[in-house]
Write a protein that binds this ligand. Structure first.
Ligand SMILES: *[C@@H]1O[C@H](CO)[C@@H](O)[C@H](O)[C@H]1NC(C)=O
Ligand SMILES: *[C@@H]1O[C@H](CO)[C@@H](O)[C@H](O)[C@H]1NC(C)=O
Ligand SMILES: *[C@@H]1O[C@H](CO)[C@@H](O)[C@H](O)[C@H]1NC(C)=O
Ligand SMILES: *[C@@H]1O[C@H](CO)[C@@H](O)[C@H](O)[C@H]1NC(C)=O
Ligand SMILES: [Fe+2]
Length: 481
């Protein structure tokens, strides 16, 4: 809320929270509007001299270390970091035992300017040919200022491989962001599905934009250096800022956060797919062209055909703008993508679609609205067991604060909604069952608030396949329920 004083903000939030309370009292729908009223931390960015942004000591010390999946099936990582004093080397030493680095990988260095800010030297190194399900240690930088980290590769892809994902969106760098990050790190999840809007550096002007990208990189390093975050861009990554002659969209994001898009034959780092454990994850770009015949459209059509539910039963789609959202904030912004892709999501039995953008939490019932016909008049989403569950987790805690005003009455396709900060986890048990949790940040505590068992759309509805699987398992002398 630019140009609004803090007092007005607080007042506004007070009014909003009472709205939420009224909502839950009056609501006659099956959906739940939570009556929880959270205590407001100030939605302001943590000052730059705070220890969460501490610069590692030493000449040219690597900072802002982050890793992401490096290929299609997960036995590669891209390791990225920034150095400031000199270019140094884009070199990673790594191995499977601590302090014993058998291998070396080299990558590339890039840098860019933004207004009068010059970025540090940004290094990206692909480390591939890794063993699955193995802990690797790695070292970057030189001499006294070298730094060491580790990560665990995922198990080889397979239909019943358990795996726990975290889901975070719209994070920013406030005290609320810090709670979200800390709570996420307690969850035991192995990788983050990030839903776009990373640093909110674009809320600043001139050279401070670059400076706040750097501080964010140091802020999230406590997690991103040790496990892959699967990136997706939001509107705050666009950074179209003509008043300072910056008009190349996604400049900071693309220089800093690489994705393994070539591995899924995508033509752009903005949209791509990976397979990890038992999941096939498709990342879509809400802010790249997606209508019929565009590269993203053609790519998605083909990628959905490539999904093999016998290898990766879980089909998960990430995007920034939610397709189903009952908040006043960003209401119906996802309609354009819905009209193009919803039919495919249903046809291909997508299990769950995660989005961010709206600074609140919401989960839908399984519904679809594919019968809409612009000539025949209004349509409304209908219950549809073959449709995905839509979940909005845009509540990481950035400086814009919460989106507290939900539409009233609660539309019947909305199952649960609450305007609080938090994060989600999706714990895949096997090919049929996954446990889902949304965890609210509640005055420094992590409180599991919304949870359910997600039944796999392919395996739970496919009786023939299930029978075959049971037969196979009994042949192997195992039992299946
Ligand atoms: C990148 O770094 C090199 C080496 O320091 C420098 O000469 C060049 O101007 C930088 N480029 C940008 C775009 O900042
Ligand atoms: C859309 O509605 C119009 C008017 O009812 C009807 O003539 C047309 O066949 C419908 N189109 C589709 C694709 O269902
Ligand atoms: C059962 O086993 C056969 C032969 O190994 C295999 O081709 C098939 O995909 C398996 N089916 C399931 C559902 O696991
Ligand atoms: C998957 O796990 C759930 C929960 O533990 C269990 O009830 C179910 O039988 C398992 N399904 C298979 C196919 O193993
Ligand atoms: Fe957004």
């Amino acid at each position: 809320m630019p140009g609004v004083t803090k007092m007005q903000c607080l007042l506004f939030q007070l009014i909003l929270t009472s709205f939420v309370l009224l909502d839950s009292v009056n609501n006659v729908n099956a959906g739940i509007t939570s009556s929880f009223i959270r205590k407001e931390f100030p939605a302001v960015d943590i000052p730059l001299d705070h220890e969460v942004f501490a610069v590692p000591r030493g000449h040219n010390a690597p900072q802002q270390v982050h890793i992401t999946q490096g290929n299609y099936d997960g036995n590669a990582v891209i390791i990225s970091w920034v150095t400031f004093d000199e270019p140094g080397f884009s070199k990673v030493q790594y191995g499977t035992s601590d302090k014993n680095y058998e291998f070396t990988a080299e990558g590339r260095m890039t840098n860019y300017t933004f207004y009068q800010y010059s970025s540090g030297y940004i290094h990206h190194v692909l480390v591939d040919g890794l063993k699955y399900d193995t802990k690797y240690y790695y070292k970057i930088g030189n001499g006294e200022s070298a730094r060491e980290f580790w990560f665990q590769t995922p198990p080889m892809i397979g239909p019943d491989v358990p795996y726990k994902f975290g889901i975070i969106g719209d994070l920013g760098q406030t005290y609320n962001s810090l709670s979200t990050l800390e709570h996420y790190m307690e969850s035991g999840a192995q990788s983050v599905l990030f839903l776009g809007d990373l640093s909110y550096a674009d809320r600043y002007k001139y050279n401070d934009v670059g400076i706040r990208w750097d501080s964010w990189g140091r802020f999230v390093e406590r997690s991103t250096a040790y496990q892959p975050w699967i990136w997706n861009a939001g509107n705050h990554e666009i950074e179209y800022m003509p008043y300072m002659n910056e008009v190349v969209p996604f400049k900071s994001y693309l220089h800093r956060y690489p994705t393994p898009y070539l591995a899924s034959k995508s033509s752009s780092p903005m949209w791509y797919a990976i397979r990890r454990a038992s999941a096939h994850i498709i990342v879509l770009s809400s802010y790249s062209p997606f209508v019929k015949y565009t590269p993203q459209y053609l790519w998605l059509k083909e990628e959905l055909e490539n999904v093999d539910r016998k290898k990766t039963p879980w089909l998960i789609v990430l995007m920034h703008v939610p397709i189903y959202n009952t908040n006043e904030a960003h209401f119906m912004e996802g309609e354009s993508m819905r009209s193009v892709f919803e039919e495919w999501f249903i046809h291909h039995k997508v299990d769950v679609i995660f989005a961010g953008h709206v600074h609140a939490y919401e989960r839908s019932h399984r519904i679809s609205n594919i019968m809409y016909n612009v000539s025949s008049g209004e349509r409304y989403p209908v219950p549809d067991e073959s449709a995905p569950v839509y979940i909005t987790v845009g509540d990481g805690g950035n400086q814009e604060g919460l989106a507290g005003r939900f539409r009233d009455p609660q539309p019947d396709y909305s199952a649960f909604r609450e305007a609080s900060y938090g994060h989600s986890t999706l714990e895949i048990m096997n090919r049929t069952h996954a446990l889902y949790h949304w965890n609210r940040n509640d005055e420094g505590k992590k409180v599991p608030t919304d949870s359910f068992v997600l039944h796999n759309q392919y395996w739970s509805s496919n009786v023939r396949e299930r029978t075959l699987m049971k037969h196979n398992l009994s042949v192997l002398g195992r039992t299946a329920s």
